[in-house]
Design a binder for this molecule. Structure first.
Ligand code: GLY
Length: 374
């Protein structure tokens, strides 16, 4: 065990981003994961959506999401210095649309909430929608432009993070952590292979699987899996220029276009525990909702159907902190906003490691203080 040595358990988007920032700051870093570069961030759509993800009663979380969005341009530049992989960071904004009068009433309530939180929202008439996105259904009732909600290509991001961590000599242990224990100065991780690691700083980034690691001393936050089905379709030319989020008969659906013609359609929100089966009915509903917004969906090639488990806490806010002033830190529970919050989470974790708390750690604590995280 040496100084400035960090072991990260979990190689999803949060673990990889924290490892990348730690290694860039001179920490000798090891990531433990059987299949790094995957996890919920692999299934995700890559939306960076502080405005569209603003929900009633979550004002403190929205402040954290806005700070998360502000951290993105610098992070994207830093990552581009270490990896040649284009992460498709597209600051093109998002359009919210309502299918009919009932959906429009709900949209109006959401827009009022967003404005009350000082988020940028511009009303759009049905004519504006047609002009901005000619492939949308002509039957839409109206919408709004969210100029601050952008996107990144999540799978390219994960690939770039793997690449950057390798370039910074981060060690990947393709193994599974089954137990963690700690005292005041050091922590121990037991691996499925029988190996044991001892470290002065242990960061747990296990997402929905946080509760599956046995913690011999202390306790870990309660995080539950919230399942989401998500589809990837393809056309030669993109059908859309911006992300579209819609409410269709009370259900929400989003369509995220990539430059290369991929269209990501998501996502269901299901409380089914650790169930990752693909279910035909959920795929059917997503496609049915998507084609009512974008009729051209019928002609697209369906290239990928996947499921992810969002890591949710009782407050919907993440937990990014050191446990009981000891050697263990957690960064988990990012629920619907893991990609958006990854750079800010890493900044907060580096601040903790270096003993110079980042101002955003107060935002994270405030967002999580509504309920009992543990
Ligand atoms: N961030 C979008 C989702 O969780 O479906």
């Amino acid at each position: 065990m040496t100084d400035r040595e960090l072991v990260v358990v979990g190689g999803g988007v949060i673990g990889l981003t924290c490892a990348f920032e730690a290694a860039a700051n001179g920490w000798r870093t090891t990531i433990i994961d059987r299949d790094p570069g995957h996890g919920a961030g692999w299934a995700a759509a890559g939306m960076l959506a502080p405005t569209a993800e603003a929900h009633f009663g979550e004002e403190a979380l929205v402040r954290l999401l806005v700070a998360g969005a502000q951290a993105w341009p610098t992070f994207a530049r830093d990552l581009a210095r270490q990896s040649q992989i284009d992460i498709g960071f597209e600051p093109t904004g998002t359009i919210l649309v309502a299918k009919d009068g009932g959906d429009r009433a709900e949209l109006r309530r959401i827009i009022e909430l967003q404005r009350s939180l000082d988020l940028a929202v511009e009303d759009l008439r049905a004519d504006d929608l047609r002009e901005m996105e000619p492939s949308l259904s002509p039957a839409l009732a109206g919408g709004a432009l969210l100029p601050g909600d952008h996107q990144v290509s999540n799978r390219q991001l994960l690939a770039a993070l793997m690449d950057a961590n390798e370039a910074l000599d981060v060690t990947f242990l393709r193994d599974e952590a089954i137990r963690a224990s700690w005292g005041s100065q050091s922590a121990t991780v037991d691996l499925a292979s029988g190996r044991t690691l001892r470290t002065g700083a242990l960061l747990l980034c296990l997402g929905a699987r946080t509760s599956l690691i046995e913690a011999a001393i202390g306790h870990l936050p309660t995080v539950r899996p919230v399942k989401g089905h998500i589809l990837r379709l393809r056309s030669d030319e993109p059908l859309l220029g911006r992300t579209i989020r819609a409410t269709v008969r009370g259900r929400s659906v989003y369509l995220v276009p990539r430059r290369d013609g991929e269209l990501v359609v998501g996502a269901t929100v299901e409380e089914r525990g650790f169930d990752e089966r693909i279910q035909a009915g959920e795929v059917f509903s997503l496609l049915d909702d998507a084609r009512r917004i974008l009729p051209g969906v019928d002609e697209l090639e369906l290239v990928d159907v996947s499921c992810g488990l969002r890591p949710a806490t009782s407050t919907n806010a993440p937990m990014i902190e050191r446990i009981d002033d000891g050697p263990v830190l957690v960064a988990t529970g990012h629920y619907r906003n893991g990609i958006l919050l990854a750079p800010l989470t890493a900044r907060i974790i580096i601040g903790e490691l270096e003993g110079t708390p980042d101002p955003a750690s107060a935002l994270a604590s405030a967002a999580g203080s509504r309920g009992d995280h543990r």
